[in-house]
Structure formats: structure tokens, C-alpha cells
Design a protein. Structure first.
Length: 124
């Protein structure tokens, strides 16, 4: 669900301060009474009603090691995800699941395909 705008939040608080009940404010703005209650509670506790950031704030453990991983795969393209994961763990102290590692490699346009000798290898 998308967060309500700052403008709506401020109007809700003004309506509450003017003496309207949570139910009246909720009906007037077409939002739930729980939302009105949350805004009121936050305003009383912190003096603000602004929304928190939703997602996008976590840094990737993989990103600082991209160049190193590309280097390893160019040196030894037949490495498996398991081998790559163990190497990252030993040399960079970064523990990633195989699924996460695969996600990042796919995002970098690497694919795990058979090469001319019939063995699997990473291709860029």
C-alpha cells in the first residue's frame, strides 16, 4: 500500500486538533480509524506525522565485491555457485546464499551455460 501524502497527514492532525473525533476524521478523508489513530499517536509522541522510508535503504553485501567476483569468473569460468560462495566467504568474509549470489550474477548479465567442451561455465 502506498503511503498517504504529507498534506493529508497534516490535514488529519489539524482536523483532530479542531476537536473532531477519530471516526469523523477517518470518514472525512476516506482513511481507516487505525490510520488516524496512528497519525495522532505519532504526532503526540514525536511532534511529526511524516512517513518512514519504505524499502530501498539496505546496502548490498555483494556490491563492494563485484569486481573481485568478475575477476574470479574470468580466471576460472567453470566455478560453481557453491565454489564462488565459499571463496567469497573465505577471502572477503561475505556470506551470501546461493540464490542471492545467482541473483547478482544474473543482474550483471552472467549466465551459466555449457561451453564448447560440454562443461558448464559462466558466460558474460
Amino acid at each position: 500500500m502506498k503511503a498517504y501524502s504529507r498534506d493529508i497527514r497534516e490535514k488529519v492532525i489539524k482536523a483532530l486538533e479542531s476537536g473532531k473525533s477519530n471516526r469523523e476524521v477517518a470518514e472525512n478523508f476516506g482513511i481507516s480509524r487505525k490510520t488516524v489513530w496512528e497519525y495522532s499517536k505519532r504526532y503526540k509522541q514525536r511532534g511529526e506525522v511524516y512517513y518512514k522510508q519504505h524499502g530501498g535503504h539496505r546496502k548490498s553485501k555483494f556490491d563492494p565485491h563485484k569486481k573481485q567476483v568478475v575477476h574470479w569468473l574470468k580466471q576460472k569460468p567453470e566455478m560453481t555457485l557453491k565454489q564462488l560462495s565459499l571463496k567469497l566467504q573465505k577471502q572477503c568474509q561475505v556470506k551470501l546464499t546461493l540464490r542471492t549470489l545467482h541473483y547478482h550474477l544474473k543482474k550483471m548479465n552472467f549466465s551459466y551455460k555449457k561451453n564448447a567442451t560440454g562443461k558448464r561455465a559462466w558466460a558474460h
